[in-house]
Design a protein around this ligand. Structure first.
Ligand code: PGA
Length: 253
């Protein structure tokens, strides 16, 4: 990926029809294609992923699935597999997003999904982040456990191929993002943890920030937060807001 920054557009369960998804995709594509400094990774719903990725003939946008179960196929009603994601031309897989963990996904599930994604040639984006913060710093222990589990079945030589998205749960869907200064502190901690667990290649780990990213805070976070990218929810499904966000990164980042 040659661009300086990565922006993941996490559409979550939006929009409600494929027709609207195509419209939003078209707007997103135009925005993404103009921004030389930014690599945009689009994570639409599982149902919209394949039509959008197969209709897209360009090179600038890449695709991610929001979730998948490890392996290729099996008797798992309602699930999609990592193998099916690979077949849909996606190159990335979000793993352990807070909204999945909220619904029961465990650290051990993330371990299996990360390993399966790597085995299928996908880049896992492991999402970590504490629900609450206290002055005693317990959130570092919490994030360390999430990292330890998510990376447990990863070969040390491929550890740097996993991306980590740090998303404090208290910032997701809220009005205010975390400060770049706190992100910087957390990025150092994340890198140190991966180096401790997997050796020096962990220094090359790509870290993203997510949680209330918008046009006002995006460029600042990239400049001062020690991260190479952003995971964007709400602002990615509003084409006007997304255009301003990308433009601000392109101009100021
Ligand atoms: P938000 O969501 O940008 O709407 O806060 C971020 C995320 O959950 O990935």
């Amino acid at each position: 990926m040659a661009a300086k920054y990565i922006v993941v557009a996490n559409w979550k369960m939006h929009p409600s029809t494929l027709r609207e998804a195509r419209k939003l995709f078209d707007a997103t594509r135009k925005i993404a294609e103009k921004a030389s400094k930014v690599s945009t990774i689009l994570a639409p719903s599982s149902l919209h992923l394949l039509p959008l990725s197969s209709e897209y003939k360009g090179k600038k946008l890449q695709f991610a699935a929001q979730n998948a179960r490890e392996g290729d196929e099996g008797a798992f009603t309602g699930d999609i597999s990592v193998g099916q994601v690979e077949d849909s031309k996606a190159e990335y897989l979000l793993v352990g997003h807070a909204e999945r963990r909220e619904r029961g996904e465990t650290n051990d599930d993330t371990r299996q999904k990360v390993a399966s994604a790597l085995a299928h040639g996908l880049t896992p984006i492991l999402c970590v982040g504490e629900r609450v913060r206290s002055a005693s710093g317990e959130h570092f222990t919490f994030v360390r456990e999430q990292l330890k589990a998510g990376f447990q079945s990863v070969d040390p030589n491929t550890a740097h191929k996993v991306m980590v998205a740090y998303e404090p749960v208290w910032a997701i869907g809220s009005e205010e993002a975390m400060s770049p200064r706190s992100m910087h502190e957390m990025a150092i901690f994340i890198r140190k943890t991966i180096v401790e667990l997997h050796g020096a290649k962990g220094e090359k780990l790509k870290i993203l920030y997510g949680g209330a990213v918008n046009q006002e805070n995006a460029a600042h976070m990239l400049l001062y937060g020690d991260v190479v990218g952003l995971l964007v929810g709400r602002a990615s499904v509003d084409p006007k807001e997304f255009a301003l966000l990308i433009e601000s990164v392109q101009q100021n980042g």
